[in-house]
Design a protein. Sequence first.
Length: 218
Amino acid sequence: NVRHSYERNVVYERLDFEAERGQRIVLVGPNGAGKSTLLKLLAGVLVPQSGECRLGYHVKTGYYSQYRIENLHPGYTVLEEAFDTPQRLTETFVRSVLGTFLFRGDDVFKKVSVLSGGEKSRLALVKLLLDPPNLLLMDEPTTHLDLSSVDALLFALSQFAGTLVFISHDVYFIRSLANHVVHIQDGRLTHYPGDYPYYAGKMDALRVAREARENAAV
């Protein structure tokens, strides 16, 4: 029963949404439909103006956004930033994960302040994966990533045993991960309990039925 608006623009009114353990949900819909708003409500970045958002027992959230790279420390090296986690990790393991995301050799001694946007995105992903939550919320995680980094992220997420809710315009990424699709439009959520091809098939069927009705009305 969540309500959220930006001044006079009401995005959600009496919204109900539930994510279950093990689901990998992709949020799809037109630009401005409220996909990022829903993700921020789930992450606690936004507080519902009415209604409530409740986490399950022992749920730990991790939120990745293309805008969250601002939380990195400019004065740290890549290696120091990666170690800035509550987890007790060996340097060998941390370097291995960094290497998977193309931080190899002396690259780990670069200052965060000199990294490109793509490198900062990769480092933010490394940090999230080094301290994994059991509810992972990701907004456009493949932005600024090259194909090798996308594949590395897909491999890491394929090993992830928790719940994933994400937004992406990368169809390859969506097809590789999603087992549940939620379509958002005009403040309404439509759930499709299957992968992206299942969703695409349902949408094609709806389009064909709509065209048939329109032709019959002519």
